[in-house]
Design a protein around this ligand. Structure first.
Ligand code: NAD
Length: 458
């Protein structure tokens, strides 16, 4: 059973025992309904698979395996990114699709969960070939995509360029039909939303800032009275200068690091950042704006030599990339890849707060180990929803053909995240479950209630 499935079962078991949840369901009908729920939520509705036939520039004909997994559409059209990666596979895409169903449910977005994958290393293809692959993806999956059916967005290996191409192909195939809401994460000029690129990084910052500042200030007395390991962890960081390390300095990590660097609410020293090549460290705090500027001019990479650092007047020591995770810091922001904290390094983690910007950066075993120690993990489902929230706003704007100002987007984004945090945090600090489990329980509760009311659990 995959990690998400076991957590879905655990969440449903907790709900089954809670008699105040769906009280109309009693005895055998109740057990039957819960069995249906496990089945519905732990398996995708559809797995679509195609082999895209593409003529490469040298005349070679290739067939590229590609997927679209539609996990669940109880709450609305399927929604989730398309990943271009050489090692993407059906199981990974199905897991990510399920996470999208739960994430959208948690944040009250009117979407189900989906995800796509194309097995290529995009760096090995010319721009023309990538354009063809994108068009073919839309042609092959045409029947199942659309603004009211399934709305893809970028994921690893894809970005606004690919979404622009895909939307254009969708428009070609469906002349005269609404098309702007068919893909999100597009360029602004093609109907994308202001703030979409920064949304996930800003949302990650908002998530820990809200927990450690706003929520703590408003609930400090109550928190002190809770016999809860995680409340103690959070309280131990209140009003302290926080040293933080950020793994990954791409779209998400660089924005989250910059927001943390300029925080007015928390006192933060960003002492370390890493990317695929190096870790940079400075115990007095790194000059994040200078590093962002550098990365923008160097294909996203951080400086890799002392000369490059000196030339840009950046004070830092270059260290081994993976040592970042084991630094003695207060908080780690995970903004690179999956499965970074695992059985082999979990005992070396010293941070007491970990924010999951990337999806699933901590394995299930490591997550259990860290939670037992009282490490407060702000999970992906909660922390990295900024992207899909602003995708939702892009979808609305595309349908209304009315566009919002950047400040309006951020206000709507933070309002949405605050609503979720205000629902989840009191529940979380009041019981012994980790935050991830609390979020899952909430999502599963919402999905179960809607499925029950739609008469689908018999
Ligand atoms: P990105 O490609 O822009 O950046 C990834 C960064 O991680 C780069 O700086 C890269 O050098 C670095 N990196 C790669 N391997 C590393 C390693 N082993 N150690 C340290 N750093 C390493 O990607 P992104 O958009 O910033 O997304 C990061 C992660 O967050 C991805 O897993 C993505 O799926 C997830 N995510 C992104 C968004 C979004 O809106 N950008 C939303 C939800 C989830």
């Amino acid at each position: 059973m995959s990690e998400e499935n076991s957590i879905i079962e655990q969440s449903l078991t907790a709900l089954l025992e809670d008699k105040s949840f769906l009280p109309d369901l009693k005895a055998q009908t109740r057990e039957q309904a819960f069995k249906s729920l496990v089945a519905i939520l732990s398996t995708p509705n559809h797995i679509h698979k195609s082999f895209l036939r593409v003529a490469l520039e040298d005349g070679t004909i290739v067939r590229i395996p590609s997927f679209r997994v539609q996990h669940n559409d109880t709450l609305g059209p399927y929604k989730g990114g398309i990943r271009f990666h050489e090692s993407v596979n059906e199981g990974e895409v199905a897991n990510l699709a399920r996470l999208m169903t739960l994430k959208n449910a948690l944040h009250e977005l009117p979407f189900g969960g989906g995800k796509g994958g194309v097995i290529i290393d995009p760096r090995e293809y010319s721009v023309k070939e990538l354009n063809l692959i994108c068009k073919k993806y839309v042609q092959y999956f045409n029947d199942i995509l659309g603004p009211d059916k399934d709305i893809p967005a970028p994921d690893a290996g894809t970005g606004e360029r690919e979404m622009d191409w895909m939307m254009a192909e969708y428009k070609n195939i469906h002349p005269g039909m609404p098309y702007r809401g068919s893909f999100t994460g597009k360029s602004i000029i093609n109907g994308g939303s202001l703030g979409r690129k920064e949304a996930t990084g800003k949302g990650v910052y908002f998530a820990f800032k809200y927990l450690l500042h706003d929520f703590m200030n408003n609930n400090e007395k109550w928190l002190k009275n809770q016999d809860n390991l995680f409340a103690k962890t959070a309280l131990s960081k209140k009003d302290k200068k926080l040293n933080i390390a950020v793994q990954g300095f791409g779209n998400l990590g660089a924005v989250a690091a910059r927001e943390a660097f300029k925080s007015n609410e928390l006192q933060i020293n960003v002492v370390a950042v890493s990317d695929r090549n190096v870790m940079l460290y400075n115990s007095d705090g790194l000059d994040i704006p200078a590093l962002v500027k550098y990365a923008e001019k160097n294909q996203g990479d951080l400086p890799r030599t002392d000369e490059a650092l000196a030339q840009h007047e950046i004070k830092a020591v270059i260290k081994e990339r993976d040592e970042l995770l084991e630094l003695d810091v207060d908080m780690l922001i995970m903004a690179a890849l999956e499965n970074q904290i695992h059985e082999d390094n979990m005992e070396k983690i010293k941070a007491e707060i970990i924010v999951e910007g990337a999806n699933a950066p901590i394995t299930e075993k490591a997550d259990e180990y860290l939670s037992d120690k009282g490490v407060l993990v702000i999970p992906d489902i909660l922390a990295n929803a900024g992207g899909v929230i602003v995708s939702y706003l892009e979808w609305i704007q595309g349908r209304e053909t009315q566009f919002y100002k950047e400040e309006e987007i951020y206000k709507l984004l933070f309002d949405k995240m605050q609503n979720t945090m205000d629902t989840i945090l009191p529940q979380f600090f009041g019981d012994p479950f980790p935050l991830r489990q609390n979020c899952y329980i909430h999502s599963v509760m919402k999905l179960s209630t809607v499925l029950f009311r739609q008469g689908k659990l018999y």
